[in-house]
Ligand binder design. Structure first.
Ligand SMILES: Cc1cc2nc3c(=O)[nH]c(=O)nc-3n(C[C@H](O)[C@H](O)[C@H](O)COP(=O)(O)OP(=O)(O)OC[C@H]3O[C@@H](n4cnc5c(N)ncnc54)[C@H](O)[C@@H]3O)c2cc1C
Length: 349
């Protein structure tokens, strides 16, 4: 397999910033993944596994090891004895293409995740979610290369340790596995998920319930309006998606903050989370802290259509993005006592 040197990483990410990879390889098969890992080990190089680059901030100095892009292609499905349809896709497959195939096959479970950029292999890492669905609801198993043993293993859903925007892959077992394949158990003829307020509003005038295809089209349309769909030339979509996670706070903190915010004539929005906790919309906190949509700080800024997306307005560096991130975090902390956690993965910092 071809291992290249000094390969620019910015064009391989949706944010489009950052320096080069010292070494770079694209693996088209499981054997090539192992070959690349062995190359990195033989030279004692750190390894970074790259998918579609849609959830990354790469440092200006780049990455001083081997960047391994997982480009393994292929997908198939079969009906299980329990009437579920099991869709399996290799890690390098484009995520939205897989979602389109499942909707086309009239299988429910991924339709609300339409339009999310990146690869299939990237989705378990932060338990990708949107519009009321998360991949953890349908993932049956994940085939991985265990970098500790160099063995291929199959992890069950429970073993992936999924929580809100997280899993073992980005917490306890970070950097341990290369994801090779993901299997999703979907319901043939199942009803589409229309749990999220934006979607319910979209279909408010529809007498009969929407089809899976209609929900997919609606999600893509709503995403497009918010520049959360990658469209070539759309400057507001040159981002890593939402830059901060929605904070989950204890009920007591929520009540105390609600009262404080109310005394300023505002109502603190929130959603139910696990027992005794509330989820707060990070976008609201960012806007109320003084960062309107379209806010600009040099060549970095906030999307004109989504308060949570930090965008590269042209020739931003990673340092520009970090400076804006730091400013937002500091002001939200000062205003609300909440430390916003970034969602993208930082590479080479
Ligand atoms: C416009 C836009 C909208 C977005 N909307 C959403 C959204 O609604 N919901 C949401 O959850 N996310 C969203 N995202 C974030 C992003 O698209 C997802 O997190 C996506 O799943 C990342 O996949 P990727 O292949 O691009 O991974 P990358 O960005 O390449 O990598 C992300 C992380 O996953 C790891 N990784 C990737 N592939 C593998 C693999 N095969 N094996 C092991 N580790 C791997 C990387 O090492 C890294 O740690 C959005 C991003 C953008 C730019």
């Amino acid at each position: 397999m071809l291992i290249c040197e000094h390969v620019a990483l910015a064009p391989l990410t949706t944010l489009g910033v950052g320096g080069p990879a010292r070494y770079f390889a694209e693996a088209r098969s499981e054997a090539e993944v192992i070959e690349a890992v062995e190359f990195a080990r033989s030279r004692q190089l750190p390894l970074f596994v790259l998918g579609g680059g849609s959830n990354l901030l790469v440092a200006d100095a780049g990455f001083a090891g081997l960047v391994l892009k997982v480009g393994i292609a292929g997908s198939w499905n079969f009906t299980t004895p329990h009437q579920d349809v099991l869709f399996t896709a290799c890690a390098g497959e484009d995520w939205d293409t897989l979602v389109a195939q499942t909707v086309e096959a009239n299988c429910a479970g991924l339709e609300c995740l339409s339009g999310i950029p990146g690869t299939v292999g990237g989705t378990p890492v932060q338990n990708v979610g949107a519009y009321g669905q998360e991949v953890s609801e349908t993932i049956r198993e994940v085939r991985v290369l265990d970098l500790q043993s160099l063995q291929i293993r199959t992890l069950s859903n429970a073993e992936c340790g999924f929580t809100y925007r997280s899993s073992i892959f980005d917490t306890t077992e970070r950097d341990r596995y290369v994801i090779l394949q993901v299997s999703f158990a979907l319901r043939h003829g199942g009803r589409p998920g229309v749990r999220y307020a934006d979607l319910q509003k979209f279909f408010a005038q529809t007498a009969s319930g929407p089809t899976l295809a209609e929900v997919r089209a609606a999600v893509r349309e709503i995403r497009h309006r918010k520049a959360m769909l990658i469209v070539p030339g759309d400057e507001d979509a040159r981002s890593a998606g939402s830059f901060f996670k929605n904070p989950i706070v204890p009920q007591s903190f929520f009540e105390e903050l609600s009262a404080r915010v109310e005394s300023r004539g505002l109502k603190l929005p929130s959603y139910p989370a696990a027992d005794g906790f509330r989820k707060l919309p990070a976008a609201w906190l960012v806007e109320q802290a003084g960062f309107a949509k379209g806010y600009t700080k040099g060549p970095a800024g906030i999307s004109r259509r989504h308060a949570l997306a930090i965008v590269n307005r042209g020739d931003a560096t990673a340092a520009d993005i970090i400076a804006l991130k730091d400013e937002i975090q500091a002001r939200v902390l000062n205003e609300f006592g909440i430390e916003l956690q970034p969602e993208p993965v930082f590479v080479g910092f």
